[in-house]
Design a binder for this molecule. Structure first.
Ligand SMILES: C[S@@+](CC[C@H](N)C(=O)[O-])C[C@H]1O[C@@H](n2cnc3c(N)ncnc32)[C@H](O)[C@@H]1O
Length: 221
């Protein structure tokens, strides 16, 4: 079952990869403040020059410029994603920008062997698609350096939204998966609980009328 879901997801993102950077500007709706939300997520990592950052489910690498701006050439990014075609776009971005400090790894986030002593881990608009998201958070938290930070930005259903409206809204956002499954599973609750459990200084901020959240924290001492 998980394999079928995973294969479907890879096929979907293979089709999306070529035009992802353009179409994602409409995600989850035209005019959605996605770029501002990405900036906030990167700020939540408290990065410094020379830091090492793991971008989980990095897609085409849309976060890379924001991270590179802070860590500079002495820092390091490891981008991890399940879909080869998305990583190919991330590789194009890396070469176009002349960044020599980025490694890309094709892996399921649930199986990824986090390198020890990472300064920061980021995941944007992706972790709620990973069935084992709580395990991914725990594995990442264990790999962080002392004081290292984890930040997750993702979509959610606003609290108190009527069921019919939720379905209508998310149908445009998640055509690739079972909308009902995503709504019923409420992955943002699992992400919140896991981050609260695994991290110190846990912070949870709802964004844009509760349609997204930014969760972050530091490695427990
Ligand atoms: C909506 S895109 C987000 C990409 C990127 N993080 C961004 O902010 O633009 C979701 C990405 O998650 C990846 N993905 C989904 N499930 C995954 C998993 N279990 N492990 C690794 N990557 C996964 C997909 O291949 C896709 O590139």
């Amino acid at each position: 079952m998980i394999d079928r879901t995973r294969e479907h997801l890879i096929e979907t993102y293979r089709k999306k990869a070529k035009h992802y950077d353009i179409t994602c500007r409409l995600y989850p709706a035209p005019g959605y403040p996605q770029r501002g939300q990405r900036r906030r997520a990167v700020q939540a990592l408290g990065l410094r020059p020379g830091d090492s950052v793991i971008d989980i489910a990095c897609g085409t690498g849309l976060n890379f410029p924001l991270i590179e701006d802070v860590i500079g050439p002495t820092g390091r990014i490891v981008g991890v994603d399940l879909t080869d075609a998305m990583l190919a776009r991330a590789q194009d971005r890396t070469e176009t920008n002349g960044w020599s400090n980025i490694s890309l790894v094709q892996a399921d986030a649930a199986d990824f062997d986090f390198p020890a002593e990472a300064d920061a881990i980021l995941s944007t608009y992706a972790l709620s698609q990973v069935p084992d998201c709580a395990e991914v958070i725990a594995h990442g938290a264990a790999a962080l350096s002392a004081g290292g930070r984890w930040a997750v930005l993702d979509l959610k259903v606003p609290d108190n939204t009527p069921g019919w409206l939720t379905q209508a809204g998310t149908a445009t956002v998640r055509p690739f998966a079972s909308i009902e499954e995503w709504i019923m599973r409420r992955p943002w609750d699992a992400i919140r609980a896991a981050m609260q459990e695994e991290l110190a200084d846990f912070s949870w901020t709802e964004l844009f009328f509760g349609t997204a959240f930014l969760a972050s924290g530091s490695r427990l001492s």
